[in-house]
Design a binder for this molecule. Sequence first.
Ligand code: GLU
Length: 426
Amino acid sequence: MEAVKEHIQAKGEQAQLDLFQSTQKIIKEAVGYLGYSDGMYELLKEPIRMLTVRIPIRMDNGKTKVFTGYRAQHNDAVGPTKGGVRFHPEVNETEVKALSMWMSLKAGIVDLPYGGGKGGIICDPRVMSLGEIERLSRGYVRAISQIVGPTKDIPAPDVFTNAQIMAWMMDEYSHIREFDSPGFITGKPLVLGGSHGRETATAKGVTICIEEAARKTGLELKDARIIIQGFGNAGSFLAKFLKEKGARIVGISDAHGALYNVGGLDIDYLLERRDRFGSVTNLFHNRISNKELLEKECDILVPAAIANQLTADNAANIQASIIVEAANGPTTWEATEILSKRGILIIPDVLASAGGVTVSYFEWVQNNQGFYWTKEEVTDRMRDVLITSMNKVFATAEKHQVNMRLASYIVGIRKTAEAAHFRGWA
Ligand code: GLU
């Protein structure tokens, strides 16, 4: 059993390393298109700072358990770094580094005054009590407090972290600094300085990208067949929003399996039954695997779960005509090339999932000015930002005759490269 576990872990880490290395490769190409030197690539190919911490936590059974956590800061030439913290058993250093680089790209694409950052703790919150999760969240903040702050590096939610965890982290940071610091973290509950629309922001952003992609390719969203892989924060709200637009959600999945029905799934029923970690398929018999779901017939496929889902192994079998990536890193570079050659339109993660960090930025701005916006203001501004960004990426793909992922990297890395250049770093 242990050997099997180790084998799976090693395979996962290899896949993360492949993703990290292909991220470096695409950054290198993007920097070349922008006309910067090799020195610029040397600067941008790795995070400038990477902290590993060990956090001792008193568990409910009275014993101490030591957790490992990370915080990566890709580049702070533009401004403070920004990005979520994930709690997951498979978190590893390479993954956190790649995620921090993707955050720089996201911030660049939607034109925010940030560089990219990311954090993670190796843990499984699904089997921990609330008290244990609170102590771990506070312990993590104490461990990384020297390198984070409202003008240094601003954390946010990510996989298996939520507004309650952000509240504990903000409270801990405020105690350490001895003043109220809402701008230390985003994704907070409304009463603690959170922003309207933050919880649904990633899904709203993906919805906007889907509408625009459908419009550009002449696909009618009403009755379009959509598969969503993942039923967490992004996947579940997305299913709801797309259903409201008249689309037919034919497939969804969670960590245990997937459901597919060509006539459309009863999304309201499934939303009611999912638990807070997005599990629902184990309530049903005859379910299919995640792998099978991805290859089923549909118009739009939305990977909204974890990395490395569309690879050279299954790219030839994907039946969708549009892929919109709500998760971080769901498609490998090899798969991107195969899918693009097949004429499938890909709206890459660094663009499609940028709604979350966009509203996080709005939250931080509201915290800094102490003046709060209405829900409509947040939604309208986010829509403008995403549509402008999407047009920029389409225009870049057209101009350089490159696929949408490389085009996103060219748009995304430009701001960091320019800022680093002005500062005299490269
Ligand atoms: N974790 C989210 C992401 O990957 C949000 C980051 C943020 O809001 O800073 O984009």
